[in-house]
Ligand binder design. Structure first.
Ligand code: AMP
Length: 391
């Protein structure tokens, strides 16, 4: 069970990565703009050779066929599918009809993602009916949250009858980086970690002895932090206000909160943190404000997450912003003056590498580049091996 293909079918893109046991590189590809005239696929094939092909107006199924054709010459033992919403599934599952039905039933909670995952699963099951295929859920890692962390303070019946609760996302990333930091620190997955996964989507997590005890995302990936285009937390009465005073319907409100808010909404400029930092340095007030809101809300969330932990051993930065931006990391640490963090400003200049960047007093601070594919492959391998043993 050595070579694992990881597939991530998103709402308008497909990512794949083939993790080969006897090579230190990966074969990977990204098909994007699916369903538009600009559909294309690019990536790296064997020998680290780059490729890029226009796909006409290919949809998910057609793009996947092109991707699988490119992968035909390689041997793999199992396929791991990233699935955003697994409801109350606590771990990765060998895909059978029950698991497919469960992913379908959970689609109401992730209407952009779960149906796309099902297209990918259906296609690869037809192409490779004899290979073990595994669904790895973004939500599963957070199933260890205690009841007090996952209940909303709304009538309990909505949870019991309709599954309305906090689920949390980015689970494979939070699990991967906390395990990695713990290993590098010689803690064997023990102790308390705060994680800041900061990318286009962002979330925080509180992890104790390898288990998620709380996280900032909720029923959907909209709750919590200020993100690239997502608002994060707002007053729930905002819907009522906008409907009553502006005549907006639910779709309009949903679009605004998911696609027109966050860094983009406040700056009116971009959802890209690099663009905002550059603009802020040139005196753009709204870019500066967007960064300040991002950092302040992140610090508040980390402080809130600390309530879940008996003790804080360290803070981990990951995701495109967390891994690369010394500027944001420094601002976040400055916004948490009561936690005893001290940053080594030279080490903080590091980008995209595993490194401990605290000055040696107070809790540890780590940069850990996330690797969701490696975690998905690891879980896929485990589930497929267990299935072989019990067969
Ligand atoms: P991700 O979704 O994890 O790929 O992260 C994307 C985000 O990372 C975007 O907002 C990028 O602007 C941001 N990012 C990448 N490199 C840097 C950098 N050097 N400084 C600040 N932000 C960065």
């Amino acid at each position: 069970m050595s070579n694992i293909l990881v597939i991530n079918c998103g709402s308008s893109s497909i990512k794949y990565a083939l993790l080969l046991d006897d090579h230190d590189y990966r074969i990977y590809g990204l098909a994007e703009n699916l369903g538009t005239p600009n559909a294309r696929i690019s990536g790296i094939t064997e020998g680290q050779e780059k490729f890029e092909v226009e796909l006409g107006q290919a949809d998910h199924k057609q793009a996947l066929e092109v991707a699988m054709e490119r992968l035909k010459k390689f041997h793999f033992d199992a396929i791991g599918h990233r699935v955003v919403h697994g409801g109350e599934m606590t771990e990765a599952q060998l895909i059978d009809q029950d698991v497919i039905d469960h992913i379908k039933a959970t689609s109401a909670l992730a209407p952009l993602h779960n149906p796309a995952h099902l297209v990918g699963i259906d296609a690869t099951l037809k192409m490779y009916p004899d290979l073990p295929q595994v669904a790895v859920f973004d939500t599963a890692f957070h199933q260890s949250m205690p009841e007090k962390a996952y209940h909303y303070a709304i009538p309990k019946k909505l949870y019991e009858e309709h599954g309305v609760r906090r689920y949390g996302f980015h689970g494979t990333s939070h699990a991967y980086v906390s395990e990695r930091a713990s290993t590098l620190a010689g803690q064997k997955n023990q102790g308390g970690w705060l994680v800041a996964h900061l990318g286009n989507g962002s979330s925080t997590c509180a992890i104790w002895n390898g288990q998620s005890l709380d996280t900032s995302m909720g029923l959907t990936p909209l709750e919590g932090l200020c993100m690239g285009t997502r608002s994060g937390d707002v007053d729930p009465s905002l819907h009522h206000f906008l409907a009553t005073n502006l005549g907006w319907d639910l779709d309009r409100i949903d679009r605004m909160l998911n696609r027109e808010s966050g860094l983009l909404g406040i700056s009116g400029l971009s959802n890209d943190m690099r663009t905002l930092i550059d603009a802020s340095e040139q005196g753009n007030h709204d870019a500066t404000l967007a960064i300040e809101v991002f950092v302040y809300r992140l610090a508040k969330s980390l402080a809130a997450m600390s309530c879940a932990l008996p003790q804080i051993d360290g803070l981990i930065f990951t995701g495109g912003i967390g891994e690369n931006s010394a500027y944001i990391r420094e601002k976040v640490i400055k916004s948490l003056p009561h936690f005893g963090f001290s940053l080594d400003s030279e080490k903080n200049k590091t980008r995209g590498q595993e490194i401990r960047i605290d000055a040696g007093t107070g809790p540890m601070i780590w940069i850990i580049p996330t690797d969701e594919e490696s975690r998905i492959a690891q879980e896929t391998r485990q589930v497929a091996l267990n299935a072989l043993e019990t067969a």
